[in-house]
Design a protein around this ligand. Structure first.
Ligand code: PLP
Length: 490
């Protein structure tokens, strides 16, 4: 395969003379074909990633050993790399792979749709697929959560939720309450209610919003009482990026009651914790309450497509967009409710129930927690906490920058700032290298490993994962750090 590069330019602002050519003689740029893309080897992939995607990100990939893996195939609970190595996926795309990789029923539905040459874009004629998907989502949603907006990312669904809430609350109540350690996406609107300094950086964010500790009902009441301009509160039901954090169980009923009393709209972000992940379709269903607006994404696309939804109570929706004059203010974007994406999600929702995956999430998740708690009792100096619901589990390590023998701390100090004080990076990297297991890290708490395996996960998969972790932790912290440091120089 020859890969052509772009013609050399003096600098990015060089003005190129338009060539006087007939369209037929327009030269084709040096393009790669699909077959070329599949055949790229690791050095070439790295080169292209560096040249065109995100050079800085390679740094993290190298620390974790991800740069040595070229995924050739993915099936069920596993990735299969260039050497035929099977990697057990306990990362699950941060909850995007409820059905595992390439579930045959999803592939079949998509193939049939393509063979029948069905239509895709849903912005001219009405789409029977988008309509059926919206119906299914309303069926799965309690109360009068009946009105659906379809988009293609969690951020887009959450933007839709915030815009709807703002219009329904009215111009005098534009402020939002959001939680410490929240994550709702990276687009500018949702960034204004996302707490991570990493993502907020120094952007000028819209709105004057009010931040409260997650799960603190008194702080919320104080905020509502103090500021009549507050019209909306936005919360993840289980915080994912914060490190798998749950509010106290009684919090949610009190929140519902407070929102009703003060006329505040409650937006429940279920992008990560929804769609069966915690053992209920929505995590808020554990508490017998219904929010005013919610959002799903990730596994809603079956791990095969980009699909997201905002689902709102009809009354709220109608207030904001219920007339012909207001209907187009936030109607679907170009790719909202695309045909193949919609039928993939229709099939995915059916599969969730046909294959009892929500029950499996509750049962296998409880088994995972039980086994991890046993491991915590075995390694109390290494594991600080184990928590979660269903197959959304957090494993928090002791901050080993404090527990490691003093002589070893300088070695760790030379490693990247992002991994300093964190055992999770070391453990994750060695789990992948030595035990063929992939786990996820956590943005705001680098001592936490996030476990969000596909909901098809079996007890045997849990055993494979926990046994691998047991063998790794059995080496002891010093050996783990030494091996990690060695892996960085080899
Ligand atoms: C709770 C939550 N909300 C919103 C988002 C944003 O979703 P996306 O990355 O699809 O834009 C995420 C993504 O991780 C999330 O976890």
């Amino acid at each position: 395969m020859t890969v052509m590069t772009k013609p050399e330019m003096k600098d990015a602002r060089t003005v190129i003379e338009a060539p006087e050519l007939s369209p037929a003689s327009l030269p084709k740029p040096g393009l790669l074909s699909v077959e070329d893309a599949k055949a790229l080897d690791l050095p070439r992939m790295t080169e292209l990633f560096k040249a065109h995607l995100n050079p800085g990100q390679l740094h993290f990939m190298k620390l974790l050993g991800f740069h040595k893996v070229k995924v050739e195939r993915a099936e069920g609970m596993h990735y299969i790399d260039q050497n035929g190595r099977k990697i057990l996926d306990f990362f699950g795309g941060f909850g995007s792979l409820a059905f595992g990789h390439n579930h045959p029923k999803l592939l079949e539905a998509r193939k049939k749709f393509q063979d029948e040459q069905r239509h895709e874009i849903a912005i001219a004629f009405m789409s029977q697929y988008a309509a059926a998907l919206a119906h299914n989502l309303a069926q799965c949603s309690p109360g009068d959560l009946d009105m659906v907006f379809l988009g293609s990312s969690g951020s887009e669904a959450m933007e839709a939720a915030l815009k709807l809430a703002e219009r329904a609350a009215g111009p005098k109540r534009r402020k939002f309450v959001y939680a410490e350690n929240s994550f709702h996406g990276k687009t500018k609107g949702v960034l204004a209610v996302t707490d991570g300094q990493l993502y907020r950086a120094d952007f000028k964010l819209p709105g004057e919003n009010v931040r409260v500790p997650f799960g603190d009902i008194d702080a919320i009441e104080a905020a509502f009482r103090a500021d009549p301009e507050i019209g909306t509160i936005v919360l993840e039901t289980v915080q994912g990026g914060g490190g798998i954090i749950e509010a106290p169980a009684e919090f949610w009923r009190k929140l519902r009651e407070l929102c009703d009393r003060y006329g505040v709209i409650w937006v429940a972000d279920e992008v990560q914790c929804g769609f069966g992940r915690t053992g209920r379709f929505y995590a808020f269903e554990h508490y017998g309450v219904v929010p005013d607006i919610t959002a799903l994404a990730k596994s809603l696309g079956g791990g095969k497509t980009a699909m997201a939804a905002m689902i709102a109570r009809r009354e709220i929706y109608m207030k904001a967009y219920g007339t012909p004059k207001t209907a187009m203010i936030h109607a679907a974007a170009t790719f909202g409710g695309m045909g193949e994406a919609s039928i993939t999600s229709i099939e995915a929702i059916n599969l969730l129930y046909d294959e009892n995956l929500i029950d499996n999430s509750a049962e296998t998740g409880a088994y995972l927690l039980e086994r991890l708690k046993t491991l915590q009792a075995k390694y109390p100096k290494i594991i600080k906490d184990v928590r979660g619901k269903g197959l959304m589990v957090g494993l928090e390590f002791q901050d080993f920058s404090q527990t490691l023998p003093v002589v070893l701390r300088p070695i760790v100090g030379v490693l990247d700032d992002k991994l300093k004080g964190s055992l999770s990076g070391f453990v994750g990297a060695l789990l992948l290298r030595d035990h063929d297991v992939l786990v996820a890290f956590t943005e705001y708490n680098r001592n936490v490993i996030r476990l969000e395996p596909p909901l098809i996960c079996s007890r045997a998969d849990v055993d494979t994962f926990v046994d691998a972790l047991d063998r790794l932790l059995g080496r002891g912290i010093i050996a783990i750090v030494r091996d990690f440091v060695k892996s960085q120089v080899s």
